[in-house]
Design a protein around this ligand. Structure first.
Ligand SMILES: Nc1ncnc2c1ncn2[C@@H]1O[C@H](COP(=O)(O)OP(=O)(O)OP(=O)(O)O)[C@@H](O)[C@H]1O
Length: 268
């Protein structure tokens, strides 16, 4: 039901084509990591999947095109947390995360016990409980980012698109967030698509990685197939060694350049 199929997707902005003929399939409950250098089209791909950009080709969720669905049903099928969200002024963290429950509310539009429980659990898992009554505008960057993701998770959509979800989060909060997403995937069969610059973290959580280069699929496969030193050099112009982590997934270790002898001497 949460199967996501993208076929020959070509999309862009006004007269500028950014993505060319992208195809990918993420089975229900799968996790696809979109990676690629700056400007390669990762955010554009998420926007196009979310139906926010005009495109050619098809995006099917559970075999149906998104534009065939009403607003409320669409919000149950697909949740999207953009990289730079517009935040409504004057809301507390709880009010804002509760907005994610909108597609599930009854005819009077009032939240019930289940909605408050779902939100309460998410706030707890994202370490936001003590900030629950604070206005969004008075949060730090990482706290605000967690609230934005909390809202997307509260939506309990079948397909979850997360654009750079860990930007601005410290390592512990990033892990807590990705673990929570992984739990939703396992328990509810949520299909997840993320863009992440941290390749090691991408490899730990995503089952498959799709590397975009200049708006086209350059490499697509398991993390071990995609994250090779040759790929990192070719597509990122990066020097890196790829190690194997304790869980067997690839760990990308950058190698310093520029005559990299380590010196303890500073100055003369
Ligand atoms: N609103 C817009 N109008 C016109 N061009 C845009 C717009 N947004 C992005 N672009 C262009 O589309 C291309 C892809 O941008 P996109 O944001 O999808 O890249 P990205 O891979 O997510 O990059 P980054 O890693 O830097 O976040 C870039 O060349 C960018 O300049």
């Amino acid at each position: 039901m949460n199967d996501l199929r993208i076929s020959d997707l070509t999309a862009g902005y006004r007269r500028r084509t950014v993505l060319t003929e992208i195809s990918a399939h993420v089975p229900g409950g799968g996790w696809l990591g979109i990676i690629g250098p700056n400007g390669s089209g990762k955010s554009t791909l998420l926007k196009a999947i979310a139906g926010l950009l005009r495109h050619e080709g098809t995006v099917l969720i559970g075999g149906r095109p998104l534009h065939d669905t009403g607003r409320r049903e669409r919000a149950r099928l697909l949740g999207y947390a953009p990289q730079i969200p517009q935040l409504p002024p004057g809301l507390t963290v709880t009010d804002y995360v509760l907005l994610g429950r909108t597609p599930h509310l009854g005819p009077l539009g009032r939240e019930g016990r289940t909605d408050r429980e779902v939100v309460g659990r998410i706030l707890e898992r994202l370490d936001l409980t003590r900030l629950a009554t604070r206005p969004l505008t008075e949060l730090s960057g990482g706290e605000r980012q967690r609230a934005v993701l909390g809202r997307a998770l509260a939506q309990r959509a079948g397909v979850l698109l997360l654009d750079e979800p860990t930007t601005g989060l410290d390592i512990g909060h990033a892990q807590a967030l990705l673990d929570l997403v992984d739990e939703l995937r396992r328990e509810l069969g949520t299909t997840v698509v993320t863009t992440l610059h941290d390749l090691t973290i991408s490899a730990q959580y995503a089952e498959n990685l799709l590397l975009l280069a200049d708006g086209r699929v350059a490499v697509h496969g398991t993390p071990a197939e995609v994250l090779t030193p040759a790929v990192l050099t070719d597509h990122y112009d990066a020097r890196a060694t790829v190690l194997t982590g304790p869980d067997g997934s690839p760990v990308v270790a950058p190698v310093r350049g520029g005559g990299a002898g380590r010196s303890s001497e500073v100055g003369g």
